[in-house]
Design a protein around this ligand. Structure first.
Ligand SMILES: [Zn+2]
Length: 445
């Protein structure tokens, strides 16, 4: 019950304005309700265990869309609906790879999302740690070979470039396939998938992630002589997938047309359970709204819970929501995204005006009881990017982020990685911030 001591802090904060004072008591009630709530985690368990992972175009994602609408209605949300979304349908087929010389060894791979397949290619491997190293080898050293990017993890934002741009970069130098060391700071021999981006000016070559352990093994062998790898992948893009964003609301009592979005993405990669990425985001957003409803709180503006789709391999759900609201974007007061896992929350990142930032930093005191009061710059991920692009202030929930990328996009992203206590803290942070944004007398933009 370590949160109880923290809550006392709500009563002793000094320096915040009178209007914020009015929200301390309500915030206290919301946090207490979130910490006592078992329903949110139970819903997350049902999503993970009974529906499982949810790649765009999968039958599981279709079931998740139906299930999500039922959950929103059960939670008391109004205007529950599904917004149709179309996206390219990428399908993972049978995948296999092995070192064939100088030793024989099976490799544990996952094709990268969007990759083309190959009936089978056997070629010498050239292992590099960076794009510069590959460029120095030039076409002469790369053509006809399989490139292995064995780039050490230097933060997700930096290292993910090898997964996204690596295949086309290698193809421009004549490579026949690309292997990418999993983008993760810690590995227990699980490959981490993720999407790639083919450039229009490069041949499309098959590309797969390998484990950190396998990447290191191949690199060590390459340092001693010629290494050959065989790769087979039935992966392909097959027509269009019919998907949906799911939304539900708590209608505002004074300005119902003004909207605060709280959301995450319902789709996931096709390994693990999509628990931390991003089952926690959608289930925490729903629970935040559910608790506000259960407490009988009716904010001035509408809180809209949005389960975006196709975040992982296309972003079609984010664009479809932007299109769906059209000119009503002017009445979007703020958007909060949770897509960084449910480790212990520390606050929010914000993208918007300097005035908006300083108001949010003041409002942060409403969350100091759970030590989630820090509001910094630069917040919001891919799902609210189209809203931010068109002027809506955007917030991204931030956590300590200690282990998120250990599990991300791998078979290890399962419910057991989600600590129930930390999950509740995330629900509390979303609910307090969402309620304040939807109810405060001013407006963030
Ligand atoms: Zn995600």
């Amino acid at each position: 019950m370590k949160w109880v001591a923290g809550l006392v802090a709500f009563g002793v904060v000094v320096g915040a304005g009178e209007t914020l004072n009015a929200y301390r008591e309500i915030s206290h009630r919301i946090v207490a309700a979130a910490m006592a709530d078992e329903e949110g985690y139970a819903r997350l368990a049902e999503l993970c265990d009974r529906i499982g992972n949810r790649l765009s175009g999968s039958e599981a994602l279709e079931r998740a869309v139906v299930w999500s609408q039922a959950q929103m209605k059960e939670a008391g949300l109004e205007n529950v609906t599904a917004i149709p979304v179309k996206a390219p349908h990428w399908v993972r087929g049978r995948e296999a790879a092995s070192i064939v010389a100088p030793v024989e060894r099976k490799l544990n791979i996952l094709g990268l999302g969007g990759s083309v397949g190959t009936a089978g290619v056997t070629a010498e491997v050239v292992a590099v740690q960076s794009f510069d190293e590959l460029d120095r080898l030039g076409r002469k050293g790369v053509a006809g070979r399989i490139v292995l990017y064995n780039a050490p993890y230097r933060g997700y934002g930096n290292t993910v470039a090898y997964r996204m741009a690596g295949p086309s970069h290698a193809a421009r130098l004549g490579a026949v396939a690309a292997l990418v060391r999993s983008v993760t700071p810690a590995s227990l021999a699980t490959p981490h998938t993720g999407t790639l981006e083919y450039d229009a000016d490069a041949p499309e070559i098959p590309a797969a992630s390998v484990t950190v352990e396998d990447a290191e093994t191949i690199a060590r062998l390459c340092a001693k002589g010629e290494v050959k790898v065989h790769l087979e992948m039935d992966d392909r893009t097959a027509g269009e997938a019919e998907l949906a964003d799911v939304i539900g609301e708590i209608r505002g009592v004074e300005f119902p047309e003004e909207v605060v979005v709280i959301g995450g993405h319902l789709d996931s990669w096709d390994v693990g359970q999509g628990a931390q990425d991003d089952g926690v985001g959608v289930m925490a957003a729903l629970e935040a709204a559910s608790l506000i409803h259960k407490l009988g709180l009716r904010p001035r503006r509408t809180i809209r819970v949005v389960f975006f789709t196709n975040e992982e391999n296309g972003g079609a759900g984010a664009e479809a929501y932007r299109e769906w609201i059209g000119g009503r974007i002017r009445t979007h007061v703020a958007a909060i995204e949770m897509d960084g896992g449910a480790e212990r929350p520390v606050g929010f990142g914000f993208t918007g005006t300097a005035a908006g930032l300083s108001r949010l930093q003041e409002a942060g005191v409403l969350l100091d009881g759970i030590h989630a009061e820090t509001v910094g710059t630069g917040g919001g991920g891919a799902d609210i990017a189209p809203l931010i692009r068109d002027g809506v202030p955007g917030l991204g929930l931030r956590t300590v982020g200690t282990h998120y990328f250990d599990w991300h996009h791998s078979a290890a992203d399962t419910l057991d990685k989600v600590d129930p206590y930390n999950f509740k803290l995330n629900v509390a942070a979303l609910a307090v911030m969402g309620y304040w944004l939807a109810d405060e007398p001013g407006r963030l933009n």
